[in-house]
Every structure is written in structure tokens, then in C-alpha cells.
Ligand binder design. Structure first.
Ligand code: HBI
Ligand code: FE
Length: 313
């Protein structure tokens, strides 16, 4: 390569990111946050046994090949207790606080307080209802990889359980959040269409667009609420998997704003308590349609068409 060519290249914009053609090409090994070790403010920070358990489960996820069944895990009595505690409490609030789509798919999973659900069993139900798949993952993925997974109608899910000292809190996604927050919603095809739009948009996104999509994901899939006959109901997994956040959402205290993907999205808060404001959808059809327009504004239909032609879904 000539020196002239090399210096010309440095003046140009960085090359477009490599677009994964298959789900296996979506990198599930690069982790953020608590990937390697737990932070000091993680409830399991001083618990060597917990760290080992979390690491062993993560190790299994790393070894998982796309298309293979997800390995069953035998959960310890302590892990079962954590699951059961959270399920028992949240279940009381769902009839009044969760959106009708969540309430309609929830019974399909037949959750029991004394049995931690297996990801593979959840995946089977999703296959039959929405056609989505689940891929086990060892922790928080890089946003681009996580969002690219959604384009393949794949949800990357953790399989370990939060620390038993704080059943109602986790600083990172865990199986309880994935199952009570995300899984029932992912059995609804209209909601899945909304999520898919975010994934498709991420295929051609540059770094700043990935950051914007991360916020769109955050304010819908994690913390979204939907209007239902004059009321607002939760569909975001961060709300549905937290007793305190569900009550806060319905308390009338937080601000409510219509969701508009083209607007500058506020800074996300991960740590300082509950959301101060929620973005409201009129319906999932409406949310999906708005996200479709946003997707078209950043990722060309040609790119998506070409991408679809190359991958084997
Ligand atoms: N990784 N495993 C996992 N689960 C998430 O919910 C998740 C993630 N990585 C990034 C992420 N969420 C958000 O920052 C958005 O990019 C979607
Ligand atoms: Fe989540």
C-alpha cells in the first residue's frame, strides 16, 4: 500500500462497521461492565462463591453455539428462593400495573415460585409465538453487538441470578430481570416488530447513532409505558421486573411524555433510583411505525435488503 493511499485513508471517515451476516458473527464474547470482575458496589463484590458461580454460568454461555439447545442449569436452593421472592411480589402488581399484552402472554410460561425457569423452555415458547430466539450470554454486551442481535430476532439473555442479599436489586441484567421483564413481552409479535426495528437500524448505524439507538431501547424496551384507556401501563422490562419501579410508575409523580424517536433523548440514569420521566406509546403498532421511520432515516432499505439476502434466517 502506498504512503499516499494510507494518508488519504486517514483523512476519510472511518470505514462502516462490519455488519454481521449470521447470528454467530454477532460477538457475544466482548463484555462491558461486570464482565471480568464485579465492581465494588455490586452486592456480590465480597462473595467469592457468588463470583465463581456467576463465572461458571458465564462460561457455559460462551460455549453455546447458535442453534444448539441452551443447557439446563440446576439452580441452588438459595437461587430458587431469590426467584420465588421476586415472582411472588411482582405477581401481585401485574394485574393492575402491566400492559394487557404482558398479561395475555404471561400465563403461557406457567411460572412457579419453587422452580427457576430454564432459558431453553422460554426459548421454545418464543419460537412458537413470535419466532424470536434466545442466546445465552455471560453479561452485558457492547451496545452494537446487543442491538445487532435484535436484527436477527435474537435476544441475548443472561442466565445467572442476582446476589441473594438483595432480591429486589441488581445493578446488571440477571435471569430474573430477563424472564419477568423481557420474555413475556417477546412472545407478542407486535412488540417484537418494534424491537426488531431498533435492531435493523443498528446494522448501518455509526457510533453516535448506536448511542441514540441505545437510548431508544432504554426508553421503550427497558422503561416504556403504554396508554390504555386513560391509564398508563408498564411494558418496559426495567419496570416490570422491579416492585418499587412499578409502584413509582403508577404513582402519578413521574413526568409522562409522548415517545418520539427523532427527538434528542435525555441522558439515561442507571443508578440514581427510579426514572423521573417515562415515554408513552399510544400502542405497539404506533411505536413500531415510528421506529420504522427512524430506521429508514439512518439505514437505507437497500442495505437491509442486501443484508437479508445474505443471511440465512
Ligand atoms: N447486554 N446482555 C445484555 N443485556 C442488555 O440488556 C444489554 C446489553 N448490552 C447493551 C444494552 N443492553 C444497552 O446498553 C443497549 O445497547 C441496548
Ligand atoms: Fe433488560
Amino acid at each position: 500500500r502506498s504512503r499516499v493511499g494510507a494518508s488519504a485513508a486517514t483523512l476519510e471517515a472511518p470505514p462502516p462497521p462490519q455488519i454481521p451476516r449470521t447470528l454467530s458473527e454477532v460477538d457475544n464474547g466482548k463484555l462491558l461492565g461486570f464482565g471480568a470482575d464485579l465492581a465494588e458496589d455490586h452486592p456480590g463484590f465480597k462473595d467469592a462463591g457468588y463470583k465463581k458461580r456467576r463465572q461458571d454460568i458465564g462460561h457455559l454461555a460462551r460455549g453455546h453455539e447458535v442453534g444448539e439447545p441452551i443447557p439446563y442449569l440446576e439452580y441452588t436452593p438459595e437461587e430458587v428462593r431469590v426467584w420465588g421472592t421476586v415472582l411472588r411480589e411482582l405477581r401481585q402488581l401485574y394485574p393492575s400495573h402491566a400492559c394487557k399484552e404482558y398479561l395475555s402472554t404471561f400465563p403461557l410460561f406457567d411460572f412457579k415460585e419453587d422452580i427457576v425457569p430454564q432459558l431453553e423452555d422460554m426459548a421454545k415458547i418464543l419460537r412458537q409465538t413470535s419466532g424470536w430466539q434466545i442466546r445465552p450470554v455471560a453479561g452485558l454486551l457492547h451496545p452494537r453487538d446487543f442491538l445487532n442481535g435484535l436484527a436477527f430476532k435474537c435476544f441475548h439473555s443472561t442466565q445467572y441470578i442476582r446476589h441473594p442479599s438483595r432480591p429486589n436489586y441488581t445493578p446488571e441484567p440477571d435471569l430474573v430481570h430477563e424472564i419477568l421483564g423481557h420474555v413475556p413481552m417477546l412472545a407478542n409479535p407486535v412488540f417484537c416488530d418494534l424491537v426488531h426495528q431498533i435492531g435493523l437500524a443498528s446494522l448501518g448505524a455509526n457510533e453516535s447513532q448506536i448511542w441514540h439507538l441505545t437510548k431508544l431501547y432504554w426508553y421503550t424496551v427497558e422503561f416504556g409505558v403504554v396508554r390504555e384507556a386513560g391509564d398508563i401501563k408498564a411494558f418496559g422490562a426495567g419496570v416490570l421486573s422491579s416492585f418499587g419501579e412499578l409502584k413509582h410508575m403508577a404513582s402519578g409523580t413521574p413526568a409522562l411524555e409522548p415517545f418520539d424517536p427523532f427527538m434528542k433523548q435525555p441522558k439515561m440514569s442507571y443508578k440514581d433510583g427510579y426514572q423521573k420521566r417515562y415515554f408513552v406509546l399510544d400502542s405497539f403498532e404506533d411505536g413500531a411505525s415510528k421506529l420504522r421511520d427512524y430506521c429508514a432515516s439512518i439505514t437505507s432499505p437497500e442495505l437491509i435488503k442486501e443484508w437479508r439476502a445474505h443471511q440465512s434466517l
